[in-house]
Design a protein around this ligand. Structure first.
Ligand code: NAP
Length: 229
């Protein structure tokens, strides 16, 4: 067990479903004695960033919304703190985030999906598409399902898979409570193969975000979850 002094100090930015999940994991002695939440920003949307608290942290973890994420990155960078960004839907602003990271010489790791299983699923889809690319009789299509509160569509994970697999489009469903389902089918007249990943809850995302926080702690530059794997 790490002593209190050696714990990685986390500043949570956003305290919705993901922020709360990470907070409870940090308090869960069975899982993680290695992290301590020292600051929580946006317990309510009307709150402002807890600048004093973030200044005391080793790493900030942002799970908020695409509308505020770039402002949050800049504020954290100005404090010289490294951060993890789990928020999705903002990747058209990635270049601006990279400039901020370079200017303030900090480390930033972002990922549309922090679950280990989902990242391995991504690699399996990538590998399969390379095999199928020699056989034009196979078509590829995707389906993703998320709970009705998820704002971005298609999901960041679906966009990331589509970047790698030529001709792949996802159908998105926003309904119910599903924390995250992605499925890719390679289909021909003769047969079909379907690969899928189902997150059962948000624990995997929270665990991955904390593993990433430990990874980014003393680094500079921009990383994705691939670097952690
Ligand atoms: N990378 C991954 O593995 C992963 C996994 C799950 C989710 N996500 C992404 O992470 C983000 C958050 O997901 P979530 O399920 O935790 O969402 P959520 O439950 O809606 O929580 C979002 C949090 O951000 C706050 N917030 C939203 N808009 C804000 C604004 N304009 N200014 C200040 N605070 C604001 C919310 O405040 P209020 O509570 O007051 O609204 C809440 O605390 C989403 O983009 C989601 O797609 C990523």
């Amino acid at each position: 067990m790490q002593s209190h002094k050696n714990k990685t100090k986390i500043a949570l930015i956003g305290y919705g479903k993901m922020g709360k999940e990470i907070d409870s994991l940090c308090r869960d002695s069975a899982y993680s004695s290695g992290f301590e939440v020292v600051s929580i920003s946006f317990k309510k949307m009307t709150d402002s960033l807890d600048i004093k608290g973030i200044a005391k942290a080793d790493v900030a973890i942002d799970f908020t919304s695409k509308d505020v994420v770039l402002k949050n990155i800049e504020a954290v960078a100005k404090l010289g703190k490294n951060l993890i960004v789990g928020t999705t839907g903002w990747y058209d602003e990635l270049d601006a985030a990279k400039k901020i990271t370079a200017k303030y010489k900090i480390g930033l790791l972002y990922a549309p999906n922090f679950s280990i299983g989902a990242n391995i699923f991504l690699k399996m889809v990538d590998f399969s598409s390379k095999l199928f690319s020699k056989f034009p009789e196979y078509e590829v299509y995707g389906l993703e399902i998320h709970h009705k509160a998820k704002l971005d569509s298609p999901s960041g994970t679906a966009l990331k898979i589509s970047e790698k697999v030529k001709g792949l489009n996802f159908t998105s469903i926003r309904a119910g409570r599903n924390p995250g389902f992605h499925e890719v089918t390679f289909d021909s007249l003769a047969d079909g193969i379907t690969l899928s990943h189902q997150a059962y809850n948000r624990v995997g995302f929270a665990q991955g975000a904390l593993v990433a926080a430990e990874f980014i702690k003393n680094k500079k530059g921009v990383y994705t979850f691939d670097a952690v794997l």
